[in-house]
Design a protein around this ligand. Structure first.
Ligand code: ADP
Length: 201
């Protein structure tokens, strides 16, 4: 999908803990705004499934729920953002995930005289998040959805990812969205918050 150049730019992040539903909502936002959705987790999983060199490099890291090194992750994102369909907008899901990656993304965007337009912060209580992940584990059988690995991923989220929101809050670009409700209700909240910034499809 390519966002036409006569619309305002829509360079977006969606941030939230595991089980917040950010993947699902991110895809909806991408469709509504005609922007590509780039999920670093999906990129890594696709490479693991296909057995590529990248996949072999990251398989054990993902299965432990640890973070892939910043240099590798940021390079993958930069390559993807350089493609034509991301020229006037994109939604990043799962990146940046720590302050180092925030710096990498800032440097990349600045080098292109671009900036983020909004950061969607999807909040769900911890118990709800764990309940959803446990359900997903039953349905999808993701190898990183075991109890121990889920706990590690949530701990990393709280320690390393939640602080990135402070940086973006200071820039005034964070929209805090309540992630509890029906999929349509949550999508409507996100649409309204983006529209208030002049970002529409
Ligand atoms: P979740 O948010 O449920 O943990 P993701 O699909 O976003 O799932 O990520 C799955 C795994 O991929 C992470 O646990 C991590 O190993 C790796 N990963 C994804 N995005 C990043 C990133 N930005 N930096 C480092 N590792 C990442």
């Amino acid at each position: 999908m390519t966002r036409s150049a006569d619309l305002p730019s829509a360079r977006l992040l969606i941030v939230g803990p595991q089980g917040s539903g950010k993947g699902t909502q991110g895809v909806r936002v991408g469709e509504a705004l005609s922007i590509p959705v780039i999920s670093t987790g999906d990129v890594f999983r696709a490479n693991v499934s296909a057995g590529t060199p990248l996949g072999q490099q990251v398989k054990a890291i993902i299965e432990a729920g640890d973070l892939v090194p910043d240099s590798l992750t940021s390079e993958i994102v930069r390559d993807r953002l350089t493609q034509d369909d991301a020229s006037n907008g994109f939604l990043l899901d799962g990146y940046p995930r720590n302050l180092g990656q925030v710096g990498d993304l800032d440097a990349f965007l600045e080098s292109r005289s671009e900036a983020l337009d909004a950061v969607i912060e999807l909040s769900v209580p911890r118990e709800e998040s764990i309940a959803r992940l446990t359900q997903r584990a039953l349905e999808q059988g993701r190898t990183d959805d075991t109890e121990e690995v889920i706990a590690n991923r949530l701990a990393i989220y709280e320690r390393e990812t939640a602080p990135i929101l402070d940086v973006y809050r200071e820039r005034g670009i964070v929209d805090a969205i309540d992630g509890v409700g029906s999929l349509d209700e949550i999508a409507d909240r996100i649409t309204a918050a983006l529209a208030a910034r002049g970002i529409t499809g």
